[in-house]
Design a protein around this ligand. Structure first.
Ligand code: RIB
Ligand code: CA
Length: 311
């Protein structure tokens, strides 16, 4: 079977880091590029982290593209309280000598989509600034992409404001541009990613693989983040938001989704960045995505451990 062509747009970030390792370990996927965006930590750091993680995964040759430093409007918001100032929870990783490409993310995504019409899936696990720019600058891009798999949003409560999840709050205009672009979209909001957690016993199983990559991934999950997920969100393990998007791209059968309309609030005092969903009420709103709301968690963890075992 032909490999799935993937492009990873991310803001590493402890969970982005695990998502990159998983995608690069998969025998079913060919990752054709990675891009960084300012998000969990500023772009200089997310770009350096992406280069180092890709090399750490054994792919120092893989092109890594710079993206946006800032959201489409407003100030950059970061999440150092969870990811640390280095974006990787202070966990050391070998420094790669690789340098980023000169081409910007939005142009690289378009070029690769044109070269592989209907075959390229973008897995977006950070603020949607790069994709928002790409879909605005290149009107043909929406029709060229096979799918955009997005980690972001929340039907109910946010994780950064009461209304908004981090990626959508970080760039509401970028997220809204993506959802209204006409591209084929699957979104994995907190509704499902809070079910994609790895508990302490499972983290210990990962550590028992005893490879540098498994130990690094276990550190990305651990380091007090299990306790934070329990205390902040009442979830019984380390929430792996971005690995959920990567594993959806690789094994969609693990997830349950519904088709609905999604918009992202760009105004509002309390609601900026809120994911607004409509599955029932307004017939004039044409469904524009598949929204994942459930997961086979045992299958998710098993797939994560199996992929990590390939290092
Ligand atoms: O809200 C979770 C998302 O925000 C994840 O992508 C995490 O990496 C942060 O970017
Ligand atoms: Ca992320």
């Amino acid at each position: 079977m032909d490999k799935k062509l993937l492009f990873l747009d991310c803001d590493p970030g402890v969970d982005d880091a695990v998502a990159i390792l998983l995608a690069l370990a998969s025998p079913e996927a060919e990752v054709v590029g990675v891009s960084a965006v300012g998000g969990n930590v500023p772009l200089e750091r997310t770009l350096r982290n992406a280069l180092d993680i890709v090399a750490f995964a054994g792919r120092p040759d893989l092109p890594v593209y710079p993206g946006a430093k800032m959201p489409m409007t407003g100030a950059l918001i970061t999440a150092e309280d969870f990811h640390g100032t280095d974006g990787l929870g202070g966990v050391p990783i070998p420094q790669s000598t690789a340098q980023p490409q000169a081409e910007m993310a939005w142009d690289a995504i378009h070029r690769l989509a044109k070269a592989n019409p209907g075959l390229l899936t973008v897995v977006a696990t950070g603020p949607l600034t790069n994709l928002g720019i790409a879909l605005t600058k290149w009107p043909d891009l929406a029709g060229l992409l096979k799918e955009i798999v997005i980690m972001g949003g929340a039907s109910a409560y946010g994780n950064t404001t009461p209304a908004a999840e981090f990626n959508f709050l970080a760039d509401p205009e970028g997220a809204e541009a993506v959802f209204q672009s006409g591209a084929s979209i699957t979104v994995l909001p907190l509704d499902v990613t809070h079910k994609c957690y790895v508990n302490c016993e499972e983290i210990a199983q990962l550590r028992s693989q005893a490879t540098p990559q498994a130990n690094f991934a276990a550190e990305m999950m651990d380091g007090g983040r299990v306790e934070q997920c329990e205390q902040w969100f009442g979830v019984s393990g380390s929430i792996m938001h971005d690995p959920a998007a990567a594993l959806y791209a690789l094994h969609p059968q693990l997830f349950t989704a519904k088709t609905c309309w999604v918009g992202v609030e760009t105004g509002g005092v309390h609601s900026r960045g809120k994911m607004v969903t409509d599955a029932f009420t307004d017939a004039s709103l044409t469904a524009n995505c598949r929204l994942c709301y459930d997961v086979d968690r045992a299958g998710f963890v098993s797939a994560l451990l199996s992929l990590m075992e390939r290092y």
